[in-house]
Ligand binder design. Sequence first.
Ligand code: ATP
Ligand code: MG
Length: 410
Amino acid sequence: MTPDIYNDKRFGINHKDISPNALSIISKLHKSGFKAYIVGGGIRDMIKGLHPKDFDIVTDCEPEEIRRIFRNSRIIGRRFKLVHIAFPDEVLETTTFRSGGTNASESIEVNDKGRIVRDNHWGTQEEDVMRRDLTINSIYYDPFSHEVIDYTNGIKDLKDRKIKFIGNSSERILEDPVRILRAIRFAAKLNFTIDKEIADGIKEHKHQLLEMPSARLYEEILKLFMSGHAENSYKQLSSHGVFDVLFPHYQDRDGLFHKFFLNAFKETDQRLESGKKLNVGFIYAILLWPKVFVDSEISEQINFKKFYRSIAGVVRKQQIITSVPKKFSSFIKDVWMNQVRFNRVGKKSLNFTKNLRFRAAYDFLLLRGKIEPDLKFTIDWWTEFKTANYDKKIRLLNTYKKKNARRYNS
Ligand code: ATP
Ligand code: MG
């Protein structure tokens, strides 16, 4: 295998774009006589002119030896052993070249479904390339020799904006079905097109995702929806039929929820863009809302106990698929429970606006308003109420009943 080698100048890459910690690890490994490169998102994103989220390092140095060279490091993982090297401001992942991959499947342990159960056989760089998922993720960069090394036409696919697996798509998906979500995520993030072969593979094997550990799927959900491309992720997941696999608990009515998701995720991306924080609980409240909405009619007369039981069931069922950490599940339920409080206007409404979770519930109400035109009166009233001073609040409360009755009579 002869790779294409480019000088980093060609892509306008500069050491100042690279994490100094990554540079220091690579330099130290070189000095100890090892090869070391930046691989994956770090180099992919720099070539695309984006700011990488992190820098993954790959080397021919084995984990125990890396551990010895870097005092601030520890070995993690069983299925994939790698080393975390800790700095005050970040933790960097350093992996050792592996020999597992499409042309060397004897060296990885797979189960009877073709699934990788262990891959800790160290190999050469040529072998390491083949076990990576996408062509655009298998570019290596040595910042000191300034060489960008491409074995799989990854640079061409970056230029052509293509998502392609290395090797046979179906096999690569069966080895690790989470790669379906990775392909979708990178397509969403970079606005790339998913190769037809991958699309077919996804269609055929998407249900295999349900056999993946819920914690891994949870990690992917976070990356899909909390990295600034939630709307695109949703579009990709839904057009490839994967959204319904991950969130199977509802039937969309006339594309109503499709509209809800598009709106909600567009706002999610805008929030992040404007520097605001995102809350995992809020994302899950959005993702699971259709089921809650269809199951329970949110109204003044709602049976709270029944409602609570129903929403707890929604969260519990989802937990089995993508896991929902406990610390977020109470937030999710609160966002939904609090929707009822917008219909029950009274003295308690004064305290509600002071509640820490009012803001989230109110933002959620606004999202609902986009597909529930009947909410206009409620939204307008609460929008005025929440910013009013005490006297005005009392006045608004006193006139609420009359106004509310009037809208039904007119
Ligand atoms: P991100 O910007 O999200 O960090 P990334 O491409 O760096 O994107 P990582 O999850 O950090 O993704 O993984 C680093 C590299 O390891 C990938 O680029 C890819 O080469 C390889 N890799 C990660 N997960 C898999 C997988 N499930 N199958 C094959 N290769 C993988
Ligand atoms: Mg990475």
